[in-house]
Design a binder for this molecule. Structure first.
Ligand SMILES: C[S@@+](CC[C@H](N)C(=O)[O-])C[C@H]1O[C@@H](n2cnc3c(N)ncnc32)[C@H](O)[C@@H]1O
Length: 214
């Protein structure tokens, strides 16, 4: 990282190198731009369509807006994030509401320490923070923690339309890291929107990826 503070115990991600700040810094001085204090409407739409089965991994969980919503719907949830401050907030919120959700500090690029398997992964806003090399590592990391037949839902800013988010991803870039492992099937990549504190509807993708049963 060119300046600022280095993250503890892991190499900085491409985003941290670019910004010169660890992810945790985003959470220290009030809400981050993506911290909307409620679940993403796109996550609510998925949940109402019964797209989640527990246990759910919320990868890059932040302060838990989405994971806590899924836990409140009765799903066991584990969240992971590199930002200690966000994880502490998420755990406090889970305890305050008596929800079956555990949030842990960890790196989605190496999920092995979780030591368990998930039936659904939610990635809301993490994939688009990674560069192409990290995305390949991330997808391999996911392969180690999903049950056969599991589903991965990725919500990320897209390159479609005006004023996309800060890290727009093309449809091809979204599918690409899954292409080298035949046990992944990209079932759908549909246009969606993501809400931030500055925009009600930034252009996004909702990708559904399935892990083979065999
Ligand atoms: C745009 S925020 C989205 C947070 C949350 N999912 C939401 O929708 O509010 C991206 C999150 O990914 C986390 N993150 C970035 N790199 C990570 C990594 N390698 N492993 C785990 N979390 C990471 C950041 O700390 C941040 O909380």
């Amino acid at each position: 990282m060119p300046a600022g503070e280095a993250p503890r115990g892991r190499p900085p991600t491409s985003h941290e190198r670019q910004s010169g700040q660890p992810w945790d810094a985003s959470y220290r001085d009030g809400p981050a731009p993506w911290d909307i204090d409620e679940p993403q409407p796109a996550v609510v739409r998925l949940a109402e369509a019964e797209a989640f089965a527990g246990p759910v991994l919320d990868a890059g969980c932040g302060t838990g807006d989405n994971g806590l919503y899924l836990a409140a719907r009765g799903l066991p949830v584990v969240g992971i994030d590199v930002a200690e401050t966000a994880v502490a907030i998420a755990n406090r919120r889970a305890a305050d509401h008596g929800l079956d959700a555990t949030f842990t500090v960890g790196d989605a690029l190496d999920l092995r320490p979780l030591g368990r398997q998930f039936r659904t992964v939610l990635d809301c806003g993490l994939f688009h923070t990674f560069d192409a090399t990290e995305r390949r590592v991330y997808v391999a990391s996911l392969a180690g923690v999903v049950e056969p037949g599991a589903t991965v839902h990725i919500l990320c800013f897209s390159d479609v339309g005006p004023a996309p988010g800060p890290h727009p991803v093309s449809r091809a870039e979204l599918a690409q890291p899954f292409a080298s492992d035949a046990r992944w099937q990209v079932v759908a990549i549909e246009p969606e929107t993501l809400r931030t504190r500055f925009s009600d509807a930034s252009p996004a993708w909702s990708a559904t990826v399935r892990r083979a049963r065999g």
